[in-house]
Every structure is written in C-alpha cells, then in structure tokens.
Design a protein around this ligand. Structure first.
Ligand code: OKP
Ligand code: ZN
Length: 344
C-alpha cells in the first residue's frame, strides 16, 4: 500500500499543553510521524509519496468557511498583537451564559471562539502543517478512488477532535471527515468512518451527526472518565435523518484485546450491514498498553489482527493517522495494522 506523507508536519513543533496544572511540552510532536514513516520504510509497506496541493474547498465542505479562513491568520495575528509566548493558546471560551453569537476581534478571544479546549496550540509552522495534513488525506483518498485497495494517509497533526467550527485535542482540520466528504463528492454513495483511536472522535461525530450518507462508528475510552469528556456516550446515535448512523462504543480503563475486539467485531458488523462504497479508518494507536496518556491494554501483536478484521469487510479502505504517543512503538503498531490488512 502507498503512504502519503509531507515533511511540512515538522514545522508544527515546540508546542505546549497543560498537564496536571503545568505547562509542558506537547505530546503531539514531530517524532511521532518520523517513527511511523521509518517503520513504513523498514517494513517495505510500499512507496512513500508526497501530497498534491489542494485548495481549501474540500475542507470547507465539512468545516465552516470562516473557521478555515481563520486558521492561517492565527500566527500572524498572534505576532501582530505583540504576544511573545512560544505558542498561541486560548484561555477563555464562550461557554454557557456567555455570547457565542458575536465574533470578537482580539486574537486570544478568537482562539477560544474557535476551540473547545486549550489543546490545539499554534506556532509559526502550524498552519502549513495543518494544510499539508489535509492534503495528505485528500491525496490518499484520490489513490483509493482511483482503484487502490487501500492507502495510508500519514497525517500530522491529527483531525478527529476538530468539528465543523472548532479545533481542540491536537486537531485543527478533520482530515478523515474531509476525505469522507471528498469520497461522497466523487462517486461514493455511502461512506463509513471507523474511529479506533483511544479518544472519542467528537469532531467527526458532530460533523456527520445529522447525516445518513456517512456512518460513524467510534471505539474509545468512556468519556465519563476520559478526554474529551463531553461527548462519546453510547446513547448518541444520530439525529434526524442521521438517526441510527452514529454508534459509540465507550469502554473502561484497562480494556484489553478480548473486550476491545468484541466491540470492533460489532462495529464491523454494522459497517457490513450499511454497505459502504469505502471505509475511512481513523487510525489511532493510543490504545497501546504503554501509551503515555491512555489506559487501554492493547499489545503490539494485536494491531495486525485489527488490520486483518478491517480487510475482511471488503470495501477499499483509507487509513488516516490520528493519535498514538508511545513514540518508540507507534510505528510498529500503526504499520502493524497496515501489514495485517495487506496480509489478509
Ligand atoms: C488526541 B487524539 C491535557 C490532556 C489533554 C488531549 C488528548 C488529545 C488526544 N494535557 N489531552 O485523540 O489522540
Ligand atoms: Zn487519541
């Protein structure tokens, strides 16, 4: 299978996040993508190709135009405001009791207006990395649409927490959602998104919640005790014409292969019943037992079995990289899914 990768991800570096009350180096760092790319090469998964440049119209089909237009302006506005902090971050949000219908002018307020948490920092190279990550997903989608059985979009930054008009959780543009919409606009009648990242893909759920043409399945840690906390419960099943096309599988801390794979089997049965023309996999490998920010218990030997199960579905598959923070093993586990898929 081909991998699409852009070196521009590396400009999104030196980010910061709040960890237990302290501002600390971001877990979502360039070495993540480097370890995955190195493993793609050492395992000879297939050619690694550069993305083609796309305009932003595909992203604007799932995100608000004003939100997408805001993203490239963040760092210039941050600098123009005279802020000297190393990363642009919000500290105020228009939550209950405040006005979310008036767009403020100050950059620190706009950051809060367009986010749901303080987990999407900007540095100088962030916009180019965001744009390249979206280009990676669209280029890989093009390969699948042109007849490849599967392709790997080695996206960084990830996307599944980004919603129609908000960033958060290391995510800015929802690469998987953009690709799913692109498939819809290029011949696919139905698309399934299977999100196997440890964290609930709240952005993907929000984007497609009222739609029946994109089925969304999410396997993740129970939001009662895990990020993103405020979405991802089992009773969220879609709205209006989308009712019945969203499925959540929240699972407790400590979940290992037996329980996790039973949820995967159930999700795959729902995909098969839906009969999509293409499957988009939001591929997070932070379900790994040694992941530094997560609490599931999957082992490296489990990941090829995931790929094998997905291969048995039948439709072509676009794998879109999301999370995974055990940098030493992230390549082994992500590429393990892909080789498991190919060996099937
Ligand atoms: C992104 B993806 C505070 C904890 C914030 C955010 C996790 C984002 C995960 N430092 N954690 O789904 O892997
Ligand atoms: Zn995650």
């Amino acid at each position: 299978m081909k991998t699409v990768f852009s070196p521009l991800h590396a400009g999104h570096a030196g980010t910061l996040e709040l960890v237990a009350g302290e501002l600390a180096p971001g877990f979502e760092k360039p070495s993540r993508a480097q370890f995955i790319k190195a493993r793609v090469e050492s395992e000879k998964l297939g050619p690694v190709i550069s993305p083609q440049d796309h305009d932003l119209s595909a992203a604007k089909k799932v995100h608000a135009c004003d939100y997408i237009d805001f993203l490239p302006t963040v760092w210039p506005q941050w600098e123009a405001a005279g802020h000297t902090g190393p990363a642009a971050l919000p500290y105020v949000w228009p939550t209950r009791g405040l006005r979310a219908d008036v767009r403020p002018r100050a950059i620190e307020a706009l950051l809060g207006f367009y986010s749901f948490d303080g987990g999407a920092p900007f540095v100088k190279g962030t916009w180019k990395a965001i744009k390249s990550s979206c280009d990676v997903a669209l280029t890989a989608a093009g390969l699948v649409s042109a007849g490849e059985r599967a392709a790997f979009a080695l996206c960084r930054p990830p996307g599944h927490h980004a919603g129609s008009a908000f960033m958060g959780g290391y995510c800015y543009i929802n690469n998987a959602a953009v690709a799913a919409q692109w498939f819809r606009d290029n011949g696919a009648a139905r698309v399934s998104i299977l999100d196997i990242d440890y964290h609930h893909g709240n952005g993907t759920q929000e984007i497609f919640y009222s739609r029946a043409d994109v089925q969304v399945l999410n396997l993740h840690a129970d939001p009662m005790s895990e990020y993103p906390f405020f979405l991802g419960h089992a009773d969220e099943q879609g709205d209006g014409t989308g009712e019945g096309f969203n499925h959540n599988y929240p699972m407790p801390a400590g979940t290992a292969w037996d329980e996790w794979s039973a949820a995967l089997d159930d999700a795959c049965a729902r995909v098969a019943a839906y009969g999509p023309d293409v499957v988009v996999v939001s591929l997070g490998v932070d379900t790994f037992e040694k992941d530094p920010i997560s609490r599931f218990r999957l082992k490296s030997s489990d990941y090829p079995l995931i790929g094998e199960r997905i291969a048995r579905l039948g439709p072509p598959v676009l794998f879109v990289m999301e999370g995974g923070y055990a940098v030493e093993e992230i390549g082994i586990n992500a590429v393990g899914v892909l080789t498991g898929f190919e060996d099937r």
